[in-house]
Design a protein around this ligand. Structure first.
Ligand code: NAD
Ligand code: UFG
Length: 331
């Protein structure tokens, strides 16, 4: 049985669908802080399967223990966490408590019940302000905000845990920029309020809910002066978790992989791709750089390809089409 923490969230729900489609036995844990119970209904609509769901907070260690008592869990895919960079700067303790304490509770409970397989959602943010591209798994690490610090600390904790007990099988997945959605449009990313990230913002502009996109700077040393990122379809990302699970279900060790496409796209290229894919115009304006942003980030994907057999298959226009599909259905 695989326990999926944060399984009703954006990336978790897509991974749940893939695992159910492969007839894996799973349980979802989520406190619904950043997701809605309707996601569970939509998972059922897509897969015709109804996974067991616990509305439990990782900070509630007794609640966690009940789940491990009631089920034979042999692997955890750990998505649950808070992820808003700006909020983490304003409220670091909230982030340290939720992400780090939550993970410690999870690991203590896993160890107590002899569950020694875990796949952890890390982020390319652990590469800090590294400037040599592409980023491979040995690129220098660093943090630029409390959210990033939680990811790095948890990676380090998992390394220490493995050192203490070589029976563990651990995969640290460093995601680049996940966008896109399931082709049904039934699950996806639709944050409340004003989004921080590019694709949700573009969708709100396309929908007429926001007047225009602010493009943060056009004086970077990039193809057209705007920031370049490695956008990856959430369906590819979900597949990366299935491959990681297949690897560690029978292997011990600790492994770190980038999950990206290896291709960088500028903000203007993403806007163009979105317009082409959806036959829409996006109103935008160039404004000042956003503090903390770097010019270019993209992944070296060789290690994930060699060791997991992972290769992203979706292109930027697919990602733009599927991101918009969720909003179209929603409106
Ligand atoms: P999300 O917010 O959509 O999903 C996270 C889920 O975890 C939510 O459903 C939330 O309710 C739940 N959750 C949070 N704290 C919890 C707690 N204490 N107990 C139980 N449930 C809790 O986020 P996502 O985009 O799906 O991201 C999943 C993971 O991937 C996160 O750890 C995030 O930091 C990491 N990540 C995301 C991105 C990205 O751009 N989306 C990039 C890199 C890494
Ligand atoms: N951008 C705009 N306008 C917007 C939003 C973003 O021009 O309204 C630009 C940014 O300047 C950047 C690019 O679009 O050049 C992508 O920005 P996002 O905010 O979508 O993504 P980031 O790469 O800045 O951040 C993401 C995650 C973080 C994670 C980081 C590093 O959101 O959680 O990648 O992996 F820490």
């Amino acid at each position: 049985m695989i326990l999926i923490t944060g399984g009703l969230g954006y990336i978790g729900s897509h991974t749940v669908v893939k695992l159910l489609e492969q007839n894996k036995e799973i349980i979802i844990l989520d406190n619904l802080y950043n997701s809605k119970i309707e996601v569970l209904d939509n998972i059922v609509k897509i897969t015709n399967k109804k996974p067991k769901f616990y509305q439990t907070d990782l900070l509630d260690i007794n609640g966690l223990e009940e789940i491990f008592q009631q089920n034979h869990i042999d692997c955890v895919i750990h998505f649950a966490g808070l992820k808003a960079v700006g909020e983490s700067v304003a409220e670091p303790l909230k982030y340290f408590n939720n992400n780090i304490t939550g993970t410690i509770n999870l690991l203590i409970t896993m160890q107590k019940y002899n569950c020694k397989k875990i796949i952890f959602s890390s982020s390319a943010t652990v590469y800090g302000t590294a400037e040599t591209m592409p980023l491979d798994e040995n690129s220098p690490l660093g943090v630029t905000n409390p959210y990033g610090r939680t990811k790095l600390v948890i990676e380090e904790m998992l390394n220490d845990l493995y050192e203490s007990d070589n029976e563990f099988g651990i995969v640290l997945l460093r995601y680049f920029n996940p966008i896109g959605a399931h082709k049904s449009g039934l699950i996806g990313e639709n944050p409340n309020g004003i989004p921080n990230n590019l694709m949700p913002y573009i969708c709100k502009v396309a929908k007429g809910e926001l007047p225009q996109l602010n493009v943060f700077g056009n004086d970077y040393d990039t193809v057209d002066g705007t920031g370049v990122r490695d956008y990856i379809h959430v369906e590819d990302l979900a597949e990366g978790h299935v491959l990681s699970y297949n690897k560690i279900k029978s292997t011990k060790g600790i492994y770190t992989y980038n999950l990206g496409t290896g291709n960088g796209y500028s903000v203007l290229q993403v806007i163009n791709a979105f317009e082409r894919a959806n036959n829409l115009k996006i109103n935008y304006k160039i404004v000042d750089r956003r503090p903390g942003d770097v010019a270019t980030v993209y992944a070296d994907t060789n290690k994930a390809e060699d060791e997991l057999g992972f290769k992203a298959i979706y292109g930027i226009e697919d990602m733009c089409r599927d991101s918009w599909n969720v909003h179209k259905i929603d409106s």
